[in-house]
Design a protein around this ligand. Structure first.
Ligand code: PAF
Length: 290
Protein backbone atom coordinates (compact mmCIF):
# COMPACT_ATOMS: atom_id res chain seq x y z
CA UNK A 1 0.00 0.00 0.00
CA UNK A 2 1.51 3.36 -1.07
CA UNK A 3 1.94 6.18 1.44
CA UNK A 4 -0.61 9.00 0.92
CA UNK A 5 0.79 11.79 -1.19
CA UNK A 6 1.49 15.00 0.73
CA UNK A 7 -0.76 17.86 -0.42
CA UNK A 8 0.18 21.53 0.08
CA UNK A 9 -1.71 24.60 -1.02
CA UNK A 10 0.57 27.45 0.06
CA UNK A 11 3.76 28.71 -1.54
CA UNK A 12 5.41 28.81 1.91
CA UNK A 13 4.79 25.07 2.49
CA UNK A 14 5.92 24.20 -1.05
CA UNK A 15 9.14 26.20 -0.65
CA UNK A 16 9.89 24.67 2.76
CA UNK A 17 9.71 21.17 1.27
CA UNK A 18 11.74 22.14 -1.81
CA UNK A 19 14.39 23.74 0.44
CA UNK A 20 14.65 20.56 2.49
CA UNK A 21 15.13 18.36 -0.60
CA UNK A 22 17.63 20.80 -2.08
CA UNK A 23 19.62 20.91 1.18
CA UNK A 24 19.92 17.12 0.95
CA UNK A 25 21.25 17.50 -2.63
CA UNK A 26 18.16 15.91 -4.22
CA UNK A 27 16.83 16.71 -7.69
CA UNK A 28 13.23 17.62 -8.52
CA UNK A 29 11.00 16.60 -11.43
CA UNK A 30 7.83 18.61 -12.04
CA UNK A 31 4.54 17.85 -13.80
CA UNK A 32 2.27 20.92 -14.03
CA UNK A 33 -1.39 20.00 -14.70
CA UNK A 34 -4.90 21.35 -14.48
CA UNK A 35 -6.09 18.10 -12.86
CA UNK A 36 -8.74 15.60 -13.96
CA UNK A 37 -5.79 13.27 -14.39
CA UNK A 38 -5.68 10.44 -16.93
CA UNK A 39 -3.01 7.92 -17.98
CA UNK A 40 -1.28 10.60 -20.10
CA UNK A 41 -0.56 12.62 -16.94
CA UNK A 42 0.49 9.49 -15.06
CA UNK A 43 3.03 8.66 -17.80
CA UNK A 44 4.56 12.12 -17.16
CA UNK A 45 4.70 11.37 -13.42
CA UNK A 46 6.40 8.00 -14.08
CA UNK A 47 8.98 9.75 -16.26
CA UNK A 48 9.56 12.50 -13.66
CA UNK A 49 10.22 9.82 -11.03
CA UNK A 50 12.79 8.22 -13.32
CA UNK A 51 14.50 11.49 -14.09
CA UNK A 52 14.68 13.01 -10.60
CA UNK A 53 14.80 12.09 -6.90
CA UNK A 54 11.40 13.67 -6.18
CA UNK A 55 8.31 14.32 -8.27
CA UNK A 56 6.10 17.36 -7.65
CA UNK A 57 2.73 17.63 -9.43
CA UNK A 58 0.68 20.83 -9.49
CA UNK A 59 -3.05 21.06 -10.09
CA UNK A 60 -4.23 24.55 -10.93
CA UNK A 61 -7.01 25.50 -13.32
CA UNK A 62 -5.43 28.68 -14.59
CA UNK A 63 -7.97 31.45 -15.31
CA UNK A 64 -5.39 33.42 -17.29
CA UNK A 65 -5.27 30.88 -20.13
CA UNK A 66 -9.04 30.69 -20.71
CA UNK A 67 -10.76 33.15 -23.01
CA UNK A 68 -14.20 34.70 -22.48
CA UNK A 69 -16.87 32.06 -23.11
CA UNK A 70 -14.41 29.16 -22.76
CA UNK A 71 -14.74 26.34 -20.23
CA UNK A 72 -12.93 27.78 -17.18
CA UNK A 73 -15.99 27.40 -14.93
CA UNK A 74 -17.01 23.96 -16.20
CA UNK A 75 -13.46 22.56 -16.43
CA UNK A 76 -13.59 19.23 -14.52
CA UNK A 77 -12.26 19.53 -10.96
CA UNK A 78 -11.70 16.06 -9.51
CA UNK A 79 -9.20 16.60 -6.71
CA UNK A 80 -10.01 13.52 -4.62
CA UNK A 81 -9.64 11.07 -7.52
CA UNK A 82 -6.50 12.94 -8.71
CA UNK A 83 -4.98 12.69 -5.25
CA UNK A 84 -5.64 8.94 -5.12
CA UNK A 85 -4.11 8.38 -8.56
CA UNK A 86 -1.01 10.36 -7.60
CA UNK A 87 -0.64 8.35 -4.40
CA UNK A 88 -0.71 5.11 -6.43
CA UNK A 89 1.72 6.64 -8.96
CA UNK A 90 4.02 7.49 -6.03
CA UNK A 91 4.43 11.17 -6.77
CA UNK A 92 5.97 12.88 -3.74
CA UNK A 93 4.12 16.18 -3.43
CA UNK A 94 0.92 17.69 -4.80
CA UNK A 95 0.72 21.48 -4.99
CA UNK A 96 -2.87 22.75 -5.23
CA UNK A 97 -2.78 26.54 -4.87
CA UNK A 98 -5.89 28.69 -4.74
CA UNK A 99 -6.18 31.41 -7.37
CA UNK A 100 -5.16 34.07 -4.77
CA UNK A 101 -1.94 32.18 -4.03
CA UNK A 102 -0.90 32.36 -7.70
CA UNK A 103 -2.41 35.76 -8.45
CA UNK A 104 -2.53 37.81 -5.21
CA UNK A 105 -3.38 40.98 -7.13
CA UNK A 106 -5.88 39.15 -9.36
CA UNK A 107 -4.98 37.50 -12.65
CA UNK A 108 -5.86 40.57 -14.71
CA UNK A 109 -3.15 42.57 -12.88
CA UNK A 110 -0.53 39.84 -13.20
CA UNK A 111 2.82 40.57 -14.91
CA UNK A 112 2.77 38.50 -18.09
CA UNK A 113 5.18 36.42 -20.11
CA UNK A 114 4.77 36.43 -23.87
CA UNK A 115 6.50 34.27 -26.44
CA UNK A 116 5.73 36.23 -29.61
CA UNK A 117 5.22 34.52 -32.96
CA UNK A 118 4.86 30.95 -31.73
CA UNK A 119 1.95 32.04 -29.52
CA UNK A 120 0.00 33.72 -32.30
CA UNK A 121 -0.45 30.89 -34.81
CA UNK A 122 -2.66 27.75 -34.89
CA UNK A 123 -4.27 27.42 -31.42
CA UNK A 124 -3.02 30.91 -30.57
CA UNK A 125 -4.93 32.37 -33.50
CA UNK A 126 -8.19 30.76 -32.38
CA UNK A 127 -7.58 31.41 -28.69
CA UNK A 128 -6.02 34.90 -28.42
CA UNK A 129 -4.12 35.33 -25.16
CA UNK A 130 -4.15 31.60 -24.40
CA UNK A 131 -0.39 31.06 -24.65
CA UNK A 132 0.37 34.24 -22.69
CA UNK A 133 -1.72 32.67 -19.93
CA UNK A 134 0.12 29.36 -20.26
CA UNK A 135 3.62 30.90 -20.39
CA UNK A 136 2.86 33.19 -17.43
CA UNK A 137 1.53 30.47 -15.15
CA UNK A 138 4.24 27.97 -16.11
CA UNK A 139 6.91 30.64 -15.51
CA UNK A 140 5.44 31.31 -12.06
CA UNK A 141 5.14 27.62 -11.24
CA UNK A 142 8.76 27.06 -12.37
CA UNK A 143 9.88 29.88 -10.04
CA UNK A 144 7.92 28.35 -7.19
CA UNK A 145 8.95 24.71 -7.68
CA UNK A 146 12.45 25.34 -9.12
CA UNK A 147 12.56 21.93 -10.80
CA UNK A 148 15.54 20.39 -12.59
CA UNK A 149 13.28 18.80 -15.17
CA UNK A 150 9.68 19.49 -16.22
CA UNK A 151 7.51 17.12 -18.24
CA UNK A 152 4.80 17.99 -20.78
CA UNK A 153 2.68 15.87 -23.14
CA UNK A 154 3.16 16.24 -26.88
CA UNK A 155 -0.61 16.33 -27.40
CA UNK A 156 -0.21 20.04 -26.64
CA UNK A 157 2.73 20.28 -29.02
CA UNK A 158 2.47 24.03 -29.57
CA UNK A 159 2.35 24.57 -25.80
CA UNK A 160 5.50 22.45 -25.43
CA UNK A 161 7.34 24.63 -27.97
CA UNK A 162 6.13 27.85 -26.32
CA UNK A 163 7.43 26.65 -22.95
CA UNK A 164 10.75 25.46 -24.42
CA UNK A 165 11.25 28.85 -26.08
CA UNK A 166 10.38 30.70 -22.85
CA UNK A 167 12.87 28.60 -20.87
CA UNK A 168 15.57 29.22 -23.48
CA UNK A 169 14.87 32.97 -23.84
CA UNK A 170 14.72 33.56 -20.08
CA UNK A 171 17.73 31.30 -19.39
CA UNK A 172 15.85 29.18 -16.89
CA UNK A 173 17.99 26.28 -15.65
CA UNK A 174 15.28 23.70 -16.36
CA UNK A 175 15.21 20.80 -18.78
CA UNK A 176 11.86 20.64 -20.57
CA UNK A 177 10.93 17.16 -21.80
CA UNK A 178 8.06 16.28 -24.11
CA UNK A 179 6.45 12.86 -23.97
CA UNK A 180 4.52 11.02 -26.69
CA UNK A 181 0.73 11.39 -26.62
CA UNK A 182 -1.07 8.59 -24.77
CA UNK A 183 -4.08 7.32 -26.74
CA UNK A 184 -7.23 5.31 -26.19
CA UNK A 185 -7.40 1.94 -28.00
CA UNK A 186 -9.22 3.60 -30.94
CA UNK A 187 -6.54 6.29 -31.34
CA UNK A 188 -8.27 9.21 -29.60
CA UNK A 189 -5.66 11.27 -27.72
CA UNK A 190 -6.36 11.19 -23.98
CA UNK A 191 -7.57 14.56 -22.74
CA UNK A 192 -9.42 15.94 -19.74
CA UNK A 193 -11.86 17.47 -22.24
CA UNK A 194 -12.87 14.06 -23.72
CA UNK A 195 -15.35 13.88 -20.83
CA UNK A 196 -17.39 16.61 -22.54
CA UNK A 197 -18.24 14.20 -25.39
CA UNK A 198 -21.65 12.49 -25.57
CA UNK A 199 -21.54 8.72 -26.34
CA UNK A 200 -22.23 9.47 -30.01
CA UNK A 201 -19.54 12.19 -30.18
CA UNK A 202 -17.10 9.85 -28.44
CA UNK A 203 -17.61 7.42 -31.37
CA UNK A 204 -16.98 10.18 -33.91
CA UNK A 205 -13.93 11.64 -32.13
CA UNK A 206 -11.25 9.07 -33.21
CA UNK A 207 -11.78 10.27 -36.78
CA UNK A 208 -9.43 13.15 -35.88
CA UNK A 209 -6.58 10.71 -35.22
CA UNK A 210 -7.39 8.60 -38.31
CA UNK A 211 -7.35 11.64 -40.61
CA UNK A 212 -4.04 12.88 -39.16
CA UNK A 213 -2.55 9.38 -39.43
CA UNK A 214 -3.62 9.15 -43.08
CA UNK A 215 -1.99 12.50 -43.83
CA UNK A 216 1.18 11.49 -42.02
CA UNK A 217 1.32 8.28 -44.07
CA UNK A 218 0.96 10.20 -47.35
CA UNK A 219 3.79 12.55 -46.32
CA UNK A 220 5.94 9.65 -45.16
CA UNK A 221 5.75 8.14 -48.65
CA UNK A 222 6.94 11.44 -50.08
CA UNK A 223 3.91 13.62 -50.89
CA UNK A 224 4.57 17.32 -50.43
CA UNK A 225 1.39 18.82 -51.91
CA UNK A 226 0.44 19.93 -48.42
CA UNK A 227 -2.39 22.28 -49.40
CA UNK A 228 -4.18 19.48 -51.29
CA UNK A 229 -3.65 17.05 -48.41
CA UNK A 230 -5.01 19.61 -45.93
CA UNK A 231 -8.09 20.25 -48.07
CA UNK A 232 -8.86 16.54 -48.40
CA UNK A 233 -8.39 16.01 -44.65
CA UNK A 234 -10.70 18.92 -43.81
CA UNK A 235 -13.36 17.40 -46.06
CA UNK A 236 -12.93 13.99 -44.37
CA UNK A 237 -13.32 15.57 -40.93
CA UNK A 238 -16.48 17.41 -42.00
CA UNK A 239 -17.95 14.24 -43.51
CA UNK A 240 -17.45 12.52 -40.14
CA UNK A 241 -19.38 15.34 -38.40
CA UNK A 242 -16.36 17.16 -36.89
CA UNK A 243 -16.00 20.94 -37.33
CA UNK A 244 -12.37 21.71 -38.14
CA UNK A 245 -10.87 24.82 -36.54
CA UNK A 246 -7.53 24.36 -38.31
CA UNK A 247 -5.54 21.56 -39.85
CA UNK A 248 -2.01 22.21 -40.98
CA UNK A 249 1.33 20.65 -41.87
CA UNK A 250 4.17 22.50 -40.13
CA UNK A 251 7.87 22.20 -39.38
CA UNK A 252 8.60 20.27 -36.18
CA UNK A 253 11.17 22.78 -35.01
CA UNK A 254 9.16 26.02 -34.98
CA UNK A 255 5.73 25.28 -36.51
CA UNK A 256 6.50 27.49 -39.52
CA UNK A 257 5.01 26.40 -42.88
CA UNK A 258 7.40 23.84 -44.39
CA UNK A 259 9.92 24.79 -47.07
CA UNK A 260 10.73 22.34 -49.87
CA UNK A 261 13.81 21.06 -48.03
CA UNK A 262 12.09 20.49 -44.66
CA UNK A 263 11.50 16.84 -43.83
CA UNK A 264 10.86 16.85 -40.06
CA UNK A 265 7.21 17.80 -39.93
CA UNK A 266 4.19 17.79 -37.67
CA UNK A 267 0.57 17.49 -38.77
CA UNK A 268 -1.63 19.43 -36.33
CA UNK A 269 -5.35 19.97 -36.01
CA UNK A 270 -8.08 21.31 -33.76
CA UNK A 271 -11.75 20.44 -34.20
CA UNK A 272 -15.00 21.26 -32.48
CA UNK A 273 -17.27 18.36 -31.59
CA UNK A 274 -20.37 19.15 -29.55
CA UNK A 275 -19.18 21.47 -26.77
CA UNK A 276 -15.63 20.13 -26.89
CA UNK A 277 -12.63 21.54 -28.72
CA UNK A 278 -10.21 18.66 -29.38
CA UNK A 279 -6.59 18.99 -30.50
CA UNK A 280 -4.15 16.40 -31.77
CA UNK A 281 -0.96 16.15 -33.81
CA UNK A 282 1.43 13.59 -35.23
CA UNK A 283 5.11 13.74 -36.13
CA UNK A 284 6.21 12.64 -39.60
CA UNK A 285 9.44 12.60 -41.58
CA UNK A 286 8.72 13.32 -45.25
CA UNK A 287 9.87 10.50 -47.50
CA UNK A 288 10.85 8.25 -44.59
CA UNK A 289 8.70 5.38 -45.93
CA UNK A 290 9.95 5.66 -49.54
O1 PAF B 1 -1.41 21.56 -20.23
C1 PAF B 1 -1.95 22.00 -19.18
O2 PAF B 1 -2.59 21.26 -18.42
C2 PAF B 1 -1.82 23.48 -18.85
O3 PAF B 1 -1.82 24.26 -20.00
C3 PAF B 1 -0.60 23.80 -17.97
C4 PAF B 1 0.70 23.49 -18.67
C5 PAF B 1 -0.69 23.01 -16.66
C6 PAF B 1 -0.59 25.29 -17.62
O4 PAF B 1 -1.74 25.66 -16.95
Amino acid sequence: MSREIRVVSTLAALRAQVRQWRAAGHSIGFVPTMGNLHPGHLALVAQARQRADHCIVSIFVNPLQFGAGEDFVSYPRTLESDRQQLTVAEADLLFVPEVQELYPRGHAAQTRVEVPGLSDILCGESRPGHFVGVATVVCKLFNMVQPDVALFGEKDYQQLLVIRRMVEDLAMPIQVEGMATVREADGLAMSSRNGYLSPRERQQAPCLYRVLAQMAESIAVGRDDYAALEQQAIMDLRTAGLRPDYLSVRRTLDLAPPQATDRQLRVLAAVYLGTARLIDNLPVIRGSAD
